[in-house]
Design a protein around this ligand. Structure first.
Ligand code: GLU
Length: 427
C-alpha cells in the first residue's frame, strides 16, 4: 500500500472520534466531570517484543492495547494486524468500542489494539509466533474479566485460538476452562460461538432492515456497493443477497470491480479465497476506476474496510440514499456534513457494526456457563439486541432533533453518565 494512502487512513481517526464525542456531549449537555473522564483513556499499553522469523533472524514488533473506559464492565474490543495500527488509531478505536458496547446495552467498556504489521509479509508459523509472543507480552493486562480482545481487521478465529491457548498455558492449569473466554471470536471447536464468524455482517444487514422497515420500502432489488471484502464485507453481502438486494460493485486494496447485473457474493468469496483475499481479477465483473467507486449509482453503500474512506473529496459525488457503516470510522466529520446536507442517511458504525461485539458477548456468556449454543438462537438474539439499539437511536434522534450518529452517542453516553452519577468517582 502506498505511504500516502496509509497516512490518509491513519491521521484523523482520533480527531474524528473526539469531535463526534464533543458534539454529542454538547447536544445532550453531558456532565462536565464525566466529559473530562471520558476524554481520557484509562490505560495505554505499548509492548516491544522479539520474534524469530523463519529465516532465523529476529525481528522486534510493536504491539498496542488501549483501554479507554471500564465504567460499565471489562474492556472489550478487537486486535488488528495492519500497517495503520499506532497509538492514535488504537486510542480512537478503543473509544469507539466504549460507545458501541454502551449503546448495545452490554456490560462492557472499550478497548482496542493490535500490531503494526502487514500479515501478508509473514508465514503462518511466523504469525503464530508473533501472536503468541504478543499475548505473552500483554501478560495480565488482558483477562476474562478485565480486558477481552476479539478479531478485527486481518485477525481471525485462528489468531484468537492462539491467544486463548497462550493465555491459559501461561496460567495455572487448574484455571484452563475458566480462562478460555479471555478472547472471543474463537473457533467453535475451541469454545467459540456458532455464528460469531458472521455476526458483524449479519448485524449490518439487520440495521439496514430496520431502515427499510422505517421507510416502508422493500430491500428486494435494491442495489448496493461494498468497500472491503473481508469478514464484514462478505457476510454483509451474503445476508443482503438473502434479502434479494443486488451487489453491483466492490472495492478493496487490490482494486475495484463492477457488474450492474449483479455480483454473486459467494462466488466472489471463493475467488478471494483463491487469490490471497483480493477481489481484483474476478472473472464475472469489469474493472472500475478506484476514484469512481463511491460515485457508483446505487441505493446503499456499505463501507466495510478501514477508517477515513468517505472524505470531502468523494462525499459530494455519492448518490446512494443510505450509508451503513460496517467499518469503524469510515466517514470523516467533514464528509458527514456534506452527506447530511444532501439528505443521505448514515447508520453510524457504533450501531451498524455492533453485531460483532454483541456476538462476542454471547460467546463470553456461553463460556462462562460452559454451554454450547445453537446458531439459530444466536442470530435471533443478535437481531433482537441490535434492533432494540436502533429503536433507541431513533427515539433519541427525535428527542434531541439530531442525526443518527449523534443520537447513538447520546444513548451510549447517557448510560455511562448514569453509572458515574450513581456510583460517584473513587475515592
Ligand atoms: N472488532 C470488532 C469491533 O470493532 C469486534 C469487537 C469484539 O467483538 O469485542 O466491534
Amino acid at each position: 500500500m502506498e505511504t500516502k494512502t496509509l497516512e490518509k487512513q491513519k491521521t484523523g481517526m482520533y480527531e474524528n472520534v473526539m469531535k463526534q464525542f464533543n458534539h454529542a456531549a454538547d447536544v445532550m449537555g453531558l456532565d462536565d466531570n464525566i466529559r473530562k473522564i471520558l476524554s481520557a483513556t484509562n490505560n495505554e499499553i505499548v509492548v516491544h517484543f522479539p520474534v524469530k522469523l523463519d529465516n532465523g533472524k529476529v525481528e522486534i514488533f510493536t504491539g498496542y492495547r488501549v483501554q479507554h473506559n471500564n465504567a460499565l464492565g471489562p474492556y472489550k474490543g478487537g486486535l488488528r494486524f495492519h500497517p495503520t495500527v499506532d497509538i492514535d488509531a488504537a486510542r480512537a478505536l478503543a473509544i469507539w468500542m466504549t460507545w458501541k458496547s454502551a449503546l448495545a446495552g452490554l456490560p462492557y467498556g472499550g478497548g482496542k489494539g493490535g500490531i503494526q504489521i502487514d500479515p501478508k509479509n509473514y508465514s503462518q508459523s511466523e504469525l503464530e509466533r508473533i501472536t503468541r509472543r504478543f499475548t505473552y507480552a500483554l501478560g495480565d493486562n488482558i483477562g476474562p474479566d478485565l480486558d477481552i480482545p476479539a478479531p478485527d481487521v486481518n485477525t481471525n478465529a485462528q489468531i484468537m485460538a492462539w491467544i486463548s491457548d497462550t493465555y491459559v498455558s501461561t496460567k495455572s492449569p487448574a484455571n484452563r476452562q475458566t480462562n478460555l473466554h479471555v478472547v472471543t471470536g474463537k473457533p467453535v471447536g475451541s469454545g467459540g460461538l456458532e455464528g460469531r464468524d458472521r455476526a458483524t455482517g449479519f448485524g449490518v444487514v439487520a440495521t439496514i432492515k430496520s431502515w427499510v422497515k422505517l421507510n416502508n420500502i422493500d430491500l428486494k432489488g435494491k442495489t448496493y456497493i461494498v468497500q472491503g471484502f473481508g469478514n464484514v464485507g462478505y457476510w454483509a453481502s451474503h445476508f443482503m443477497q438473502k434479502e434479494g438486494a443486488k451487489l453491483i460493485a466492490v472495492q478493496d486494496a487490490s482494486g475495484s470491480i463492477i457488474n450492474s447485473k449483479g455480483i454473486d457474493p459467494d462466488l466472489l468469496n471463493e475467488h478471494c479465497r483463491q487469490n490471497k483475499g483480493a477481489v481484483a481479477g474476478f472473472s464475472q465483473a469489469g474493472i472500475l476506476n478506484n476514484a469512481d467507486f463511491f460515485a457508483t449509482e446505487c441505493d446503499i453503500i456499505i463501507p466495510a474496510a478501514l477508517g477515513n474512506q468517505i472524505t470531502v473529496e468523494n462525499a459530494p459525488s455519492i448518490k446512494a440514499q443510505l450509508i451503513a457503516e460496517g467499518a469503524n470510522g469510515p466517514t470523516t466529520v467533514e464528509a458527514e456534513e456534506i452527506l447530511l446536507e444532501k439528505g443521505i442517511k448514515i447508520i453510524p458504525d457504533i450501531l451498524c457494526n455492533s453485531g460483532g461485539v454483541i456476538g462476542s458477548y454471547y460467546e463470553w456468556l456461553q463460556n462462562k456457563r460452559s454451554e454450547n449454543w445453537k446458531i439459530e438462537d444466536v442470530l435471533i438474539m443478535i437481531e433482537d439486541k441490535i434492533s432494540a439499539a436502533f429503536n433507541k437511536v431513533l427515539q433519541s434522534s427525535e428527542q434531541f432533533k439530531t442525526d443518527w450518529r449523534i443520537s447513538a452517542y447520546i444513548v451510549a453516553l447517557q448510560r455511562i453518565e448514569l453509572t458515574y452519577i450513581e456510583r460517584g468517582v473513587f475515592p
